[in-house]
Design a protein around this ligand. Structure first.
Ligand SMILES: [Zn+2]
Length: 273
C-alpha cells in the first residue's frame, strides 16, 4: 500500500473549494435583486476556480498530486501511459534495456485484458506497473460520479493484480483530470495520484525531436517524465518509439539515470520536505 502521506494529506484548499461551491450560488441569489450583473460575479469566479482545480493536471487543490521525488542525484522517473500495446510495449522494453533504464507503465485495464502477458513481461524486465483506469475516458473523467470513478479504478486494479504479486500503488487520471470524488476513492485504496514534472506533449506534437527537446529542457533531479505509447500507430508506427529513444539518448548523455523512486523518496517530497 502507498504511504498515508501520499494519499491522505488533507488540504485546506479542498475544504475551501467545497465551501465556495456552496456559498457562491447563495451569494448570487442574495445580490440578484440589488444588481443582477454584480450578482453573477461570485458564481463566475467560483466556476473558474472549480474548473481550474479539476482540469489543470498538476493542480493540488482537490488533494495531493506527486509531481517530483526527492533526490540529490541525477535521476528521474520515466512514466509511460496508455499501454499495453502490440505496437510499442515490447519494443519499448528493448529500448529501455539498451539504455539500462527503468520505467513505470501506467496501463489501461481494457488493454491489459487483451494483453495480460504484457504485465508479466514488464515486471519480469525490472519495470513497474500502475493504474490508468479501465477504459481511459479522457473526455469525461472529470465529470464522472463517485461510483463510475471507483469502478474505473477497481476494474483496472483487478487486472493488474491478477498477474503480479504486488498491487499497483500509483494512479494517473486520464489527461490528469480530477474532481472532488477522486482523492477519497484513491485514499481508501492506498493509491497515490501521480502527475508529472515534464511531458513531451507527444499526443499533440508530430516531431519526435521536438518532443525529446521539450523533455530535455524540463529535466532536473527528481523529475517525473511523461511519455505515451500506442499513439499514431497507423500513420507513424515508430513515433512513440523515436520519442522514447531520443529522450533516453539526450538524458543519458547529460548523466541522468532513469529509476523508479523509492517510497521514501516520494514520501519525503509529498510531505514537502
Ligand atoms: Zn492516458
Amino acid at each position: 500500500m502507498a504511504d498515508d502521506n501520499l494519499t491522505e494529506r488533507r488540504s485546506f484548499s479542498r475544504g475551501a473549494l467545497l465551501v465556495l461551491a456552496l456559498a457562491a450560488p447563495m451569494a448570487t441569489i442574495a445580490l440578484f435583486r440589488a444588481n443582477p450583473v454584480i450578482a453573477l460575479a461570485p458564481l463566475f469566479v467560483s466556476h473558474m476556480l472549480l474548473l481550474y482545480a479539476t482540469l489543470a493536471p498538476n493542480c493540488q487543490w482537490w488533494g495531493p498530486v506527486l509531481r517530483s521525488f526527492a533526490t540529490t542525484d541525477q535521476e528521474v522517473w520515466l512514466t509511460i501511459d496508455d499501454g499495453p500495446s502490440s505496437a510499442h510495449t515490447e519494443k519499448m522494453l528493448d529500448l529501455l534495456e539498451t539504455f539500462d533504464a527503468r520505467a513505470t507503465f501506467f496501463l489501461v485495464g481494457r488493454k491489459v485484458e487483451s494483453r495480460p502477458h504484457s504485465v508479466t513481461e514488464i515486471l519480469a524486465r525490472g519495470h513497474a506497473i500502475a493504474n490508468h483506469t479501465f477504459t481511459h475516458p479522457s473526455g469525461t473523467f472529470w465529470c464522472r460520479n463517485r461510483r463510475t470513478i471507483a469502478t474505473e479504478i477497481d476494474r483496472c486494479a483487478e487486472l493488474l493484480r491478477s498477474g503480479p504479486d504486488r498491487p499497483a500503488q500509483f494512479f494517473r487520471a486520464p489527461a490528469g483530470q480530477k474532481n472532488p470524488f477522486l482523492h477519497p476513492i484513491l485514499a481508501r485504496r492506498g493509491l497515490a495520484l501521480v502527475g508529472w514534472t515534464v511531458r513531451g506533449l507527444d499526443t499533440v506534437r508530430r516531431d519526435p525531436a521536438v518532443v525529446a527537446a521539450r523533455i530535455a529542457r524540463g529535466l532536473s533531479p527528481g523529475a517525473i517524465v511523461l511519455l505515451h505509447e500506442a499513439q499514431r500507430t497507423k500513420r507513424n508506427p515508430d513515433f512513440n518509439l523515436r520519442c522514447l529513444e531520443l529522450t533516453l539518448q539526450s538524458a543519458t548523455e547529460r548523466g541522468y539515470r532513469f529509476i523508479i523512486p523509492t517510497a521514501g523518496q516520494l514520501r519525503t517530497r509529498a510531505a514537502g520536505k
